[in-house]
Design a protein around this ligand. Structure first.
Ligand SMILES: [Zn+2]
Length: 122
C-alpha cells in the first residue's frame, strides 16, 4: 500500500500537497517541509487495519555525496488500534537525495510495537 505524505510549502506555511507514495517512489519536496505522514499498518494483536500518523520529522543524519547533500528525515508514529485499543508504534525514515527529492522504501519503516506495515501487493 502507499503511504500518504503531507507537505507544506515554505515560507507561506500553506499545506500544498498530499501525496500517496509507493514503495520505491520518489516525490518532490522542494521548498517544503513534512507536516505528517500516514502509514498503513495491521495490528498484530487483532489483525485490524489502521493508519499511524508520524509528525515532527527531524533530520537525524546527513552525508555529502556526488550530487550534493543527502538527508535522513526521521520520526516516530504511534497510536491505539481502532478495534482492540492496544498501543502500536513504528519509526519511519525518509531519505532526501538529491536535495528536493524524497524517497520512500519499505525498509525505511521499523516496526517497534504491535504493528506490521502493510506492504504493496505484488
Ligand atoms: Zn488491534
Amino acid at each position: 500500500m502507499t503511504i500518504k505524505i503531507v507537505l507544506k510549502r515554505l515560507p507561506d506555511d500553506e499545506i500544498s500537497n498530499k501525496i500517496n507514495v509507493k514503495e520505491g517512489g520518489q516525490i518532490s519536496c522542494v521548498d517544503s517541509e513534512i507536516v505528517f505522514v500516514e502509514i498503513p499498518v495491521r495490528c498484530k494483536f487483532c489483525n485490524t487495519e489502521n493508519a499511524l500518523k508520524a509528525e515532527s520529522f527531524e533530520v537525524v543524519e546527513s552525508h555529502e555525496r556526488e550530487m550534493g547533500a543527502e538527508f535522513c528525515h526521521s520520526s516516530h508514529a504511534d497510536g491505539e488500534c481502532v478495534k482492540c485499543k492496544k498501543h502500536m508504534e513504528l519509526k519511519i525514515d525518509l531519505w532526501e537525495y538529491p536535495v528536493g527529492a524524497l524517497l520512500f522504501e519499505k525498509d525505511f519503516i521499523e516496526e517497534i510495537e504491535n504493528c506490521e506495515y502493510i506492504e504493496d501487493s505484488k
